[in-house]
Ligand binder design. Structure first.
Ligand code: PHE
Length: 357
């Protein structure tokens, strides 16, 4: 028997398997594939040479060759699957979103966090100034009965002075008996009533809070705004104490070159009453459009507590005297930061808000 064309098959098979194992990428595999198992492969030429064999030997050799081809093809498929998996893992690795990195990155660049708005921070600063001067801070309701907002403050129903406060009425109880407070002065009444009830006079308090008036918003007015009220009830309190508190506060909040002055005014709940003005912060007193060339800007009202108010809350005016003042927190912020139009305070434009962080 002549030597079989398949004599070197085992060697050839292991060479093929070795080259398959040496393939390092899918591209290499695709390139090598025709050479390994295609028409130009050793296996293909062996297949051809089988034609010269006797049918019996050809069947035997054919089966051997078939088996060798099956082993080589399955080695190639295994290699292909392995290389494909490696390629996929490499892609995933390159694409991987490392959440740990993102968190650490965010910590290195501080996240943008919010901050109190200008009105809130102004209120806190004002509270700080008054607390330093010995006042405590009190709170009162935003919805009041007519009695607290007006009557107890010596403004009886139908009194013409009510026209000073354009009032929002709440649809509760008898018509026009429940109001959104038009000023913080009703909180004075609550504090005095409470002090009488609990026998805790004297009072040295400031009361900041939100107020409401049926005003059309413009550059210097908002329909929802903030006031801070001050109330002192003690023995021997005079107008000089009031003026001193106003002046001390003005310099502490606005700075030493801003002064205050009191001009005669009228409020039903104080007697005498005064309007409280400070040097115009825009022109520093020289006169400009904002202050109508006067050099002064009105901030609020003040005065000595009217005996009618003491009567309403049951305080003995022979033993006690006191003063009150009230002014706009929004107005303070506007003047201190030279804000041309107060409506910027409620528009929530972040370009405006960011300036006061
Ligand atoms: N409540 C007054 C206002 O709204 C201001 C004021 C407070 C006046 C206290 C005198 C005393 O305008």
């Amino acid at each position: 028997m002549t030597s079989s064309p398949l004599a070197g098959l085992a060697d050839q098979k292991s060479q093929l398997l070795a080259s398959i194992a040496a393939l390092e990428s899918l591209e290499q595999l695709r390139e090598a594939e025709p050479r390994l198992i295609g028409k130009r492969s050793v296996l293909a030429s062996l297949q051809k040479s089988l034609g010269s064999l006797e049918p019996e030997a050809r069947r035997e050799a054919g089966a051997l060759l078939q088996e060798a081809r099956r082993v080589v093809e399955s080695a190639l498929e295994e290699r292909r699957a392995l290389l494909a998996r490696d390629a996929r893992l490499r892609l995933l690795e390159a694409d991987r979103l490392d959440l740990g990195d993102v968190v650490l990155g965010a910590l290195r660049v501080p996240a943008a966090v919010g901050h109190p708005g200008l009105v809130a921070s102004t209120q806190r600063e004002l509270e700080d100034v008054f607390v330093t001067m010995g006042f405590n801070v009190a709170d009162g309701p935003e919805v009041e009965s007519d009695w607290y907002n007006f009557e107890a403050l010596n403004i009886p129903p139908a009194h013409p002075a009510r026209g000073l406060w354009d009032t929002f009425y709440v649809d509760l109880g008898e018509p026009e008996t429940v109001v959104l407070r038009t000023h913080t002065s009703p909180t004075q009444i609550h504090l005095m009533e409470e002090a009488v009830r609990s026998a805790t006079l004297p009072i040295h308090s400031v009361m900041p809070g939100r107020c409401f008036r049926r005003d059309t918003p413009d550059a210097r007015h908002l329909a929802t705004f903030h006031q801070i009220e001050g109330l002192v009830v003690d023995r021997g309190i005079t107008f000089a104490h009031l003026a001193g508190v106003i002046e001390t506060f003005t310099r502490a909040y606005f700075g030493p070159d801003i002064e205050s002055r009191l001009r005669p005014g009228f409020f039903p709940f104080t007697e005498p009453s005064a309007e409280f003005e400070v040097t115009c912060t825009i022109c520093r007193g020289g006169g400009c459009r904002t202050c109508s060339q006067t050099g002064w800007i009105e901030l609020g009202g003040c005065g000595m507590l009217d005996p009618a108010v003491f009567d309403a809350v049951g305080i003995d005016g022979d033993e006690w005297s006191g003063f009150a003042f009230g002014f706009g927190i929004d107005r303070c912020a506007q003047m201190r930061h030279e804000i041309a139009d107060m409506r910027a305070l409620i528009e929530n434009d972040t370009r405006f808000l960011r300036q006061f962080s």
